[in-house]
Design a protein around this ligand. Structure first.
Ligand code: TXA
Ligand code: MG
Length: 328
């Protein structure tokens, strides 16, 4: 069983030897390995059971490393990097040849980000290579936001989980690609459309209102889903809820009176959308472990990070026909 601890030097040693370690970031926990070492990267795909056509994000210690791993960086991409790094923004850029094909799944582009978590920043500073790290969940399942989540899912496949406490943001990074001076949002996250628009125009032919459209290799028919059936939509006594005895609810602000409180969670009683994002995956995991047949989740307000919450719930659901469901 993987050990959970805060020994950064121990994590660095495992990584230098080509091993895999789970690391905390401000968004979700990552499953990290030396992103320049094909053998090390292969272990990530194997542990996650991730399809080899789904590329990984390279995590860098600082913005000054961007030229080492990416080329032809546009003024706009640079502007986004300098304003949002360290932080939950991933940029898709033309890759430098030193990055192995397996890391980018054969793509000519690479996904780069500088994470903001202090422990992982320290770890990256100890290393002379970047860390390839997808979310530390089995491919298709809910992303982990605590060390314990990683241990539950992948504890028998890795030896060490670097503990950085519960993730502050709780939802994966916003992924942006800049094409012809415009930003295409490939995955919504805590850095909002409005925040990006303060620096670079957005190409909307690409993202559909609230639900992003990923034309990325990670597109699959599987999704960020619990094992239980999840139904996404307004929860009313008429929506099939009251006549299904064995159900659990994920509410935004209020418990529903027509269902027992013991089988309900509330994302944020005060209606704080950031708090809702932080609680989302933890509550989905708890709901998934309850003895119920179905989970009903209602949409949260569609602003800011709320768009990303609704996006994840929609992808996790069985009732929303979203052609672009993907899992990673
Ligand atoms: O917040 C995050 O981004 C977390 C933490 C650990 O950094 N990481 C994460 O990684 O969510 P992952 O692998 O679960 O999701 C990365 C997504 C995948 O859907 C993948 O297809 C996409 O990024 N991606 C990676 N490289 C790409 C590329 N070159 N072009 C387009 N999409 C890419
Ligand atoms: Mg993922």
């Amino acid at each position: 069983m993987a050990e959970i601890g805060d020994d950064i030097e121990r994590a660095a040693e495992i990584l230098r030897k080509g091993g895999v370690v789970a690391i905390p970031t401000e968004t979700v926990y990552g499953l990290a390995a030396n992103g320049l070492n094909t053998n090390a990267v292969a272990k990530i795909y194997d542990i996650k059971q991730r399809p080899s056509f789904n590329p990984l994000i390279l995590h860098l210690s600082g913005i000054e490393q961007i030229d080492r791993y990416a080329s032809d960086i546009s003024v706009e991409a640079n502007l986004l990097a300098s304003n949002f790094w360290p932080g939950p923004l991933t940029l898709i850029l033309p890759k430098q040849p030193l990055i192995p094909d397996l890391t980018t799944a054969g793509q000519p582009s690479v996904a780069l980000r500088v994470p903001a978590h202090p422990i992982t920043r320290k770890l990256l500073q100890l290393l002379d290579f970047p860390l390839a790290a997808p979310s530390a969940n089995p491919s298709g399942y809910i992303s982990p936001t605590t060390a314990r989540h990683v241990q539950e899912n992948l504890g028998d496949k890795i030896s060490y989980i670097l503990d950085g406490g519960p993730c502050k943001v709780g939802i994966e990074s916003t992924i942006v690609s800049v094409v012809n001076k415009k930003a295409k949002i490939l995955r919504c996250g805590s850095i909002t459309r409005e925040e990006i628009q303060n620096f670079v125009d957005i190409d909307d032919s690409y993202s559909i209102a609230s639900f992003n459209n990923i034309i990325a290799p990670g597109m699959l028919t599987s999704h960020y889903a619990p094992n239980k059936t999840l139904v996404f939509g307004e929860i009313t006594p008429n929506s099939g809820v009251s006549n299904s005895p064995n159900i659990a609810l994920l509410n935004y602000q209020k418990y529903k009176t027509f269902v027992p409180e013991a089988t309900q969670f509330v994302l944020s009683e005060s209606g704080n959308i950031e708090e809702a994002a932080k609680n989302l995956f933890e509550m989905l995991r708890k709901l998934d472990s309850m003895e119920v047949d179905k989970i009903f989740a209602e949409p949260v307000p569609s602003f800011g990070i709320g768009l990303a919450i609704n996006d994840r719930l929609s992808r996790a659901s069985s009732n929303v026909n979203n052609e672009n469901k993907f899992g990673s």
